[in-house]
Design a protein around this ligand. Structure first.
Ligand SMILES: Cc1cc2nc3c(=O)[nH]c(=O)nc-3n(C[C@H](O)[C@H](O)[C@H](O)COP(=O)(O)OP(=O)(O)OC[C@H]3O[C@@H](n4cnc5c(N)ncnc54)[C@H](O)[C@@H]3O)c2cc1C
Length: 523
């Protein structure tokens, strides 16, 4: 792909050198940083926002691990693979469920205050498609409790975190990582390091309705793509069935744990129309079809009250959000699906390795194949801590045999000075296209139309100056649409009206390369 805007002159930028940079201060970035420092490497963490403004800190339901007495990693493995609809990379799932137990113990020992029963044992909840109660939680603030505890540990170790800096460019030569360029509103910096860990989360903000903490997301996937990283399974985007559906209100998530505790879904005729604890994709599509038929859908929380569960106490964050919306005394909460989790991402191994030497990726930005075609609820926080831990070891080993390349910018002169122009109306158009044509239900004609519209946006952007982040989002959207067009079957979160069944010819992973060429491969 053309390096269209990589016009920096690295010679004139303030420059610094560190061993390792981690981009992202969610649970993936923080847990990688913590273990790296345990191994004696103090990374520099760069993040566009403070840690508490991240999807990690929004995670409500909990973190899955086979910690219950009647549970085993094998059962957790079976549930994960079943939800993944034939596309999970099973050896990686084994790592997740087995090492997940140890990493959850680490969280307990550093002080994450998981809810406990009267005997002091972790209280476990059940979520869709889990055969056991295995979701540890801190009320409905699990992500924030884990994130805060990790952040405290990071602070104790004096690890530097620079917030309000955006990754702009990854510099790679002959498929080897050399450095990055980051910027804020006033300053641009060139950072040389031996290795780079990308932990910047997913691309659900590409969609108009989404549950994310960010208005913009996924740009780093595109930056990595331009640098040569392979992107995988981008067509698999998980839509959460129950996000608040009020006009002019953000699509706040109402955790699956609420259904796990007994809430049911009804339409405006008071009819139940789906088993609420089926996998997310099936429940989300059932709700979507109700709306298509002109019905409205509500989450009925009265069964929780009948069971004696104090909603305000068990789900304080959701209660607070309902109160803001004036719904705190209602039993029927209006809900509809919203883009929630990116299954696809940078192709990575459980130890974070990507196809570019020195670049590692971890958490929601990466695709290790553990979610297959559909993520099992509460497996993503687990992914962040298990693969974050493993990534720290591979970074350590890589750094051991690598030197920072001090000569790099002598050969790589690229210039850029102007400030990014804001073209928010283009962002809005892009989000509408993705929501309308690349959402829960897909079909060849609307997908092709989406591709042409995205192409038009891309051409329009070339006539402006310095709209890098928008171009990156456009490239990513194009890669998602091409992946969705290429998969002529329905599997997990990817539903094609024109190919409504699974087709084993497509029991493969979609890989998209720098030139937008697609290949389907078994692993
Ligand atoms: C509302 C909600 C509820 C959820 N509930 C659960 C749950 O109960 N259980 C579960 O397992 N999962 C849940 N998930 C999913 C889970 O929270 C995420 O998959 C996971 O936290 C992702 O962590 P991460 O560290 O990879 O990314 P994030 O937490 O998204 O962190 C990304 C970091 O990267 C930074 N960043 C992004 N772009 C740039 C850039 N260009 N330059 C610099 N920095 C950048 C951000 O500032 C942030 O610090 C939920 C998600 C949402 C949205």
């Amino acid at each position: 792909m053309e390096r269209y805007l990589t016009e920096f002159d690295t010679n004139i930028l303030p420059e610094e050198t560190v061993d390792t940079v981690i981009i992202g201060a969610g649970v993936a970035g923080l847990s990688t940083a913590l273990q790296l420092s345990n191994l004696g490497i103090k990374p520099l963490i760069i993040s566009k926002k403070e840690p508490d403004i991240s999807n990690s800190f929004l995670a409500q339901g909990g973190i899955a691990a086979a910690i219950g007495k009647d549970d085993t990693p094998e059962l957790h493995f079976i549930d994960t693979v079943k939800a993944g609809k034939g596309l999970c990379i099973e050896k990686n799932v084994r790592v997740l469920v087995e090492e997940g137990l140890e990493r959850v113990v680490d969280l307990i020992t550093i002080g994450v205050p998981f809810d406990k029963d009267k005997n002091g044992l972790p209280l476990l909840t059940k979520e869709a498609a889990h055969s056991k109660r295995r979701v540890l939680h801190v009320k409905d603030r699990t992500g924030s409790a884990i994130g805060k505890t990790l952040y405290q540990e990071i602070n104790k170790r004096n690890i530097k975190l620079d917030t309000c800096f955006y990754l702009e460019e990854i510099l790679v030569e002959d498929n080897v990582f050399k450095g990055i360029i980051v910027s804020n509103n006033t300053e641009k910096r060139f950072i040389r390091s031996k290795s780079l860990v990308l932990a910047t989360g997913g691309y659900s903000p590409l969609y108009k309705r989404n549950t994310s903490a960010y208005k913009v997301g996924g740009d780093v996937l595109s930056i990595a793509f331009r640098a040569g990283a392979v992107l995988k399974d981008l067509e698999f985007v998980q839509f959460h069935p129950t996000a608040l559906n009020l006009p002019d209100y953000p699509a706040y998530l109402i955790s699956e744990a609420v259904r796990g505790e007994g809430a049911i879904l009804v339409n405006d005729k008071g009819e139940r129309f789906v088993d609420e604890l089926k996998p997310r994709d099936e429940v989300a599509r059932a709700i979507y079809m109700q709306y298509k038929q002109g019905r409205k859908v509500f989450l009925d929380i009265s069964p929780l009250k009948e069971k004696g569960i104090n909603f305000k106490e068990r789900f304080p964050s959701i209660y607070k959000m309902l109160k803001e919306a004036g719904l705190e005394n209602k039993n029927l909460i209006p809900v509809s699906p919203a883009a929630h989790y990116s299954i696809g991402g940078i192709e990575a191994k459980p130890n974070g390795k990507t196809n570019i030497e020195g670049i590692f990726s971890v958490g929601e930005i990466s695709c290790t194949g553990i979610h297959g075609a559909n993520r099992l609820a509460s497996n993503s926080l687990l992914e962040c801590i298990v693969f974050g831990y493993k990534t720290s070891y591979s970074v350590y080993l890589y750094n051991m045999y690598t030197k920072v390349d001090k000569r790099f910018n002598e050969k790589n002169i690229i210039k850029r000075t102007e400030i990014l122009q804001k073209k928010d109306f283009i962002l809005q158009q892009l989000k509408d296209i993705m929501w309308d044509s690349v959402g829960l239900i897909r079909e060849e004609k609307p997908l092709k139309e989406a591709l042409s519209k995205i192409q038009r946006l891309e051409n329009q952007l070339y006539s402006y100056k310095n709209v890098r982040y928008l171009l990156d989002l456009v490239y990513l959207a194009k890669a998602v649409v091409l992946s969705a067009l290429n998969r002529k079957e329905s599997r997990g979160t990817h539903f094609r009206l024109d190919f409504p069944k699974e087709n084993d010819q497509y029991k493969k992973h979609t890989k998209i390369y720098n030139n937008f060429k697609i290949k389907m491969e078994v692993n």
